[in-house]
Design a protein around this ligand. Structure first.
Ligand code: SAM
Length: 281
């Protein structure tokens, strides 16, 4: 599991770097699929979970997925069809799922609640559409908790500047989503009638030994362009320029350090496993 704070503020664009076979195994074991079960993925994106679970050839299990963005649903349909899978997919809001109560044997969502302004309605909906004693699994990061170490002088400043630029972007685009949602999920489960069985923390880390290759620096610069493209704000532009200057200094120092250069980054994903309590709703 890997992440680079200098290319993305959250894990959202880096899924293929942390979603490994062990994670798929964990998910499927906790969802406890049995023949005849229906399993719902809320915020399915492009169908990565469905394709990963499909590789395990779960017998007689009906996978379903919804996503707010219709284009994602179209992509998920194409992805699952390309893998000869039959998955029920539709566009829907996590806060208003188009299913009657207790429609699913288990439900899950991965890296979705972090994007919501109000997480509670989505957790309430997960609880509502899961049958009694059914499993609910929610996997979310705490994007506010990052550890970074760099062996060269400009390291601390460049990571601080990246954080400042990202905070300015959040402010400029009015994105008040709950980026630190991961560890808050257990208490939310309890509020909505889901008993908490387990919290598993998945460390997501990246260790760079020796100066990064050219493509790492190119990617870091490209990320700044992508983050600033849709924000026409003077303060943001000046923070981005300061950051790019520091990134240049950082790159030079890293190259000078050569094989002795070390950069360590880590954050965590919190997987909360719950079970819908009996006699609710
Ligand atoms: C980081 S992606 C994760 C996708 C998928 N769960 C995965 O891990 O591969 C977040 C997804 O949540 C979806 N999303 C955001 N808000 C949503 C909402 N209110 N209801 C349903 N899906 C939502 C986005 O469209 C996006 O596809």
């Amino acid at each position: 599991m890997s992440i680079d704070s200098l290319t993305s503020p959250t894990l959202k664009h880096l899924r293929e770097q942390w979603w490994d076979h062990a994670f798929t195994q964990f998910l499927v074991e906790r969802l406890r699929p049995r023949p005849g079960n229906r399993i719902l993925d809320v915020g399915c994106g492009e169908g990565y979970a469905e394709v990963s679970l499909g590789r395990l050839h779960l017998s007689q299990v009906q996978l379903a997925g919804v996503d707010l963005v219709p284009a994602k649903v179209v992509q998920a349909r194409a992805e699952t069809a390309a893998h000869n899978q039959r998955v029920w997919l539709a566009a829907a809001d996590a806060a208003r799922l188009p299913f009657v109560d207790a429609s699913f044997d288990s439900t899950y969502c991965v890296a979705v609640l972090q994007h919501l302004r109000d997480v509670e309605p989505a957790v309430a909906e997960l609880a509502r559409v899961t049958r009694e004693s059914g499993r609910v699994v929610v996997v979310e990061p705490d994007n506010s908790a990052r550890y970074v170490y760099s062996s060269v002088r400009a390291g601390a400043a460049v990571f601080a500047a990246a954080a400042q630029m990202l905070a300015a972007r959040v402010e400029a685009i009015g994105d008040a989503s709950e980026t630190a949602v991961g560890p808050t999920v257990p208490e939310r489960f309890v509020r909505h009638g889901i008993g908490v069985l387990e919290v598993r923390v998945f460390p997501v880390s990246r260790t760079q030994l020796g100066a990064p290759a050219d493509d790492v620096w190119a990617e870091r610069r490209r990320a700044v362009a992508a983050l600033t493209r849709d924000v026409k704000d003077g303060a943001m532009t000046s923070l981005a320029n300061q950051y790019l200057t520091l990134l240049g200094v950082y790159e030079r120092e890293a190259r000078e350090a050569g094989r002795s250069f070390v950069e360590i980054q880590s954050t965590s994903l919190f997987a909360t496993v719950g079970q819908r309590l009996e006699g609710r709703g």
